[in-house]
Design a protein around this ligand. Structure first.
Ligand code: NZQ
Ligand code: ZN
Length: 399
């Protein structure tokens, strides 16, 4: 383990088929007015909305409806939510949905009473809230992002344009802000049954999002670190359960394991004592900005080109990944051969569960490729700091 750190995660989790029974008790800890934030209506079709409304009623709350949070939530929508919070003096934001809805709720929480330009302050400037924030609670309906137990809030703003010199114009950004524990959901209801109506495409995209979070944290650093052993265990569980769930999405055991893995993959535990990479996410976010594609799929289509590109810079860890996660036999092989076989196993698993393997299928074209490349944030961490030309090369290979 490296460095000095404090570990504190204040989110209270209720897990299992009976988790919803705890919602009324939790709601009683907050004031009278609850803003119910949700997405495009899936919760109305699968009955989760009715169950949440019943709990709100039993707890005696005044409900302010806040529907229509879109996948890849926009800053415009965040501003709409902020006005609703202020106008109704909301005491709790209850986010019912996937990562988009929960990320949105955190953004509204930090921005509703922010007297500065919240976009500039949090997402561009990476600053911290100095205003009053509104508590957030969550009922998770789609697995993948880890937003249920972290401070992450990824927001898309297509209304800003930045010019750098004369060649580079970026129209819009999709940026992540990781808020501190005060903005983590105060509680989250995790009922694997609630995820059973997620369409197969979204479901497997979420599975890859989990894998990507694990890989982003695994492929960094050189020291022996307990965290890497935890990550390997989570990866093996994910690969095992995802194979079952991709064939039979109604398998409760597999879906429950995956839900728990997703939460631990990005609830800050795994970043302790080592660095992270996160470049795949930067490229994925740029693709998402330009195409509005599903987050997990944007990561899937660039991961293999990216990891094959940086493999030689972190060969020891790619070798370890092959042996400890995929069971590649190293005897009589060079490190490079073993590492290459590990990535081939990753590819085979990705194809098996039905991920999008080419960014062209998501809408990346020769025409917009430079726009995507311009929107990629290049991070100076991980095994290799990319140049813009390398970003373009990876994007071309991903098509
Ligand atoms: O909008 P509704 O109708 O609810 O439909 C959603 C949406 O269309 C649907 N869905 C969710 N639960 C369902 C369901 N459909 C049927 N039955 C259910 N039970 O699934 C679609 C996708 O939902 P969304 O919330 O967008 O997916 P996800 O959880 O993958 O969230 C993606 C967002 O999270 C960000 C991504 O960038 C993206 O904006 N991320 C957040 C992170 C964090 N907070 O730490 C980290 C991640 O790396 C990621 O960047
Ligand atoms: Zn992700």
């Amino acid at each position: 383990m490296q460095g000095n750190f404090m570990y504190h995660n204040p989110t209270k989790l209720y897990f299992g088929e009976e988790a919803m029974g705890h919602l009324v008790g939790e709601l009683k800890n907050y004031g009278a007015t609850v803003m119910l934030s949700y997405g495009g209506g899936s919760i109305k079709r699968n009955g989760i909305y009715d169950a949440v409304m019943a709990a709100l009623k039993e707890a005696g709350k005044t409900v302010v409806e806040d529907a229509g949070v879109m996948p890849n939530p926009t800053y415009e929508k965040v501003m709409e939510g902020c006005a609703r919070v202020r106008d109704n003096k909301v005491d709790l934001i209850l986010a019912v949905g996937g990562g988009s809805t929960i990320d949105y709720a955190k953004a509204v929480s930090a921005s509703a009473y922010c007297e500065e330009d919240a976009w500039q302050k949090y997402w561009v400037g990476q600053g911290w809230p100095s205003c009053r924030t509104v508590p957030v609670g969550a009922v998770l309906t789609m697995v993948g992002t880890g937003s249920e137990m972290n401070g992450g809030s990824v927001i898309t703003n297509r209304q800003v344009t930045e010019r750098e010199g004369s060649e580079r114009t970026v129209t819009g950004f999709k940026l992540g802000k990781v808020f501190g524990p005060e903005l983590y959901p105060k509680f989250t209801i995790l009922n694997p049954r609630f995820t059973m109506t997620v369409p197969q495409y979204q479901m497997v995209a979420g599975f890859f999002d989990i894998m990507s979070h694990l890989m982003e944290q695994y492929f960094a650093g050189k020291a022996d670190c307990t965290t890497d052993y935890l990550i390997e265990g989570l990866m093996r569980s994910l690969v095992h359960s995802s194979r079952i769930a991709a064939k039979n999405p109604q398998d409760y055991e597999a879906r429950a394991n995956i839900m728990w893995t997703a939460t631990w993959a990005l609830n800050t535990l795994l970043k302790m004592g080592k660095g992270g990479d996160w470049e795949v996410h930067q490229i994925g976010h740029a693709i998402g900005l330009v195409t509005d594609a599903t987050h997990g799929m944007t990561l899937a289509c660039v991961s293999l080109p990216y990891y094959r590109h940086v493999m030689h810079d972190g060969l020891h860890q790619f070798r370890r990944f092959a042996v400890n996660v995929w069971g590649v036999r190293p005897e009589g092989k060079s490190d490079e051969q073993v590492a290459t076989e590990g990535l081939a196993c990753l590819e085979q698993w990705m194809r098996e569960i039905g991920l999008v393997m080419h960014s062209g299928e998501l809408g990346v074209t020769e025409d917009n490729l430079q726009q995507v490349a311009d929107a990629v944030l290049i991070l100076p961490v991980g095994y290799r700091t990319l140049t813009r030309d390398e970003v373009v090369q990876i994007l071309k290979e991903s098509m």
